[in-house]
Design a protein around this ligand. Structure first.
Ligand SMILES: C[S@@+](CC[C@H](N)C(=O)[O-])C[C@H]1O[C@@H](n2cnc3c(N)ncnc32)[C@H](O)[C@@H]1O
Length: 259
């Protein structure tokens, strides 16, 4: 049992959606008290009898906009009860595109802060909430969702993997795609041969250095083929730089194990 669980808050008009967080790696992290997640529904802070949290946009146009007051009061309630300062993240298609490096920074922030994810609905939230209370805005991609809930779940799931103790083997997160700026190498498990498709011989050799070299080369090859843009900011060892130069000079990349 952790004495200092990381604290996450979610502001959403659809708190039941977050039941999905109770499963898998995240569910185990919650059970082990490595992390606490609290959902806050701004409908609890509405001043009108219909408990409306949205209204028509000034200037006209389609849809509705989430009002300032219920969100402000919810944020104030969270701050009052929080044991640490609150860092507020608004999920928005207009936010900065989310990358693994942002998650690493937010993981470090969880040591000293609680994170609050604010989920918009309808046409979004009144701009004065963003100006007055939001510390950062993140987008999970260049497309429009109908609400911030799935985006918050994506961020929280990816963030939880970085909390010490959440993954059985911390090496998993360190070797995952994007952690060092590269895609991960291909993975295989039993059987060695499935209907004629053979696991690369090097992985069966027991030669750990050869396996590490193969994996490094495959990670570079994949990244060159699928996401060459990542190479601009990848942090490579001298050995990897040489391998990359060789792959690029060849204009083609090897298909299987090193000979
Ligand atoms: C229908 S969207 C509003 C879109 C807004 N009218 C716009 O064009 O920027 C409703 C809510 O979904 C969430 N959302 C939609 N797309 C998102 C994305 N790509 N990343 C993160 N959140 C998103 C935001 O919280 C947003 O307030």
């Amino acid at each position: 049992m952790s004495l200092n669980p990381k604290q996450i808050n979610i502001i959403s008009v659809l708190p039941k959606m977050f039941a999905a967080l109770n499963y898998g790696v995240l569910g185990r992290a919650l059970e082990a008290n490595l992390l606490t997640i609290s959902c806050w529904d701004p409908r609890g802070h509405t001043a009108n009898k219909h408990r409306n949290i949205d209204d028509k946009p000034y200037g006209g146009g389609p849809g509705m906009v989430m009002m300032v007051e219920p969100l402000r009061k919810t944020l104030q309630q969270i701050q009052k009860q929080a044991k640490k300062p609150n860092w507020v993240i608004y999920l928005s298609p207009q936010g900065q595109p989310l990358h693994q490096r942002h998650l690493a920074a937010l993981g470090a922030k969880l040591e000293t802060h609680c994170l609050t994810f604010l989920c918009g609905r309808y046409e979004g939230i009144d701009e004065r909430v963003i100006e007055g209370f939001v510390d950062e805005e993140y987008s999970i991609g260049d497309y429009v969702l109908s609400g911030g809930e799935f985006a918050a779940m994506v961020m929280i799931d990816a963030l939880a993997r970085l909390i010490p103790g959440v993954l059985g083997d911390p090496l998993s997160a360190e070797q995952d795609s994007f952690c060092r700026g590269l895609l991960e190498y291909p993975q295989y498990t039993r059987p060695e041969n499935d209907q004629g498709l053979q696991v690369p011989q090097v992985l069966l050799s027991g030669d750990h250095q050869a396996i590490a070299r193969w994996r490094s080369e495959m990670a570079l090859k994949r990244t060159v083929e699928r996401r060459p843009d990542l190479l601009n900011s990848a942090v490579l060892t001298e050995e990897e730089k040489k391998t990359l130069a060789r792959l690029l000079a060849a204009g083609d990349t090897p298909q299987s194990g090193l000979d």
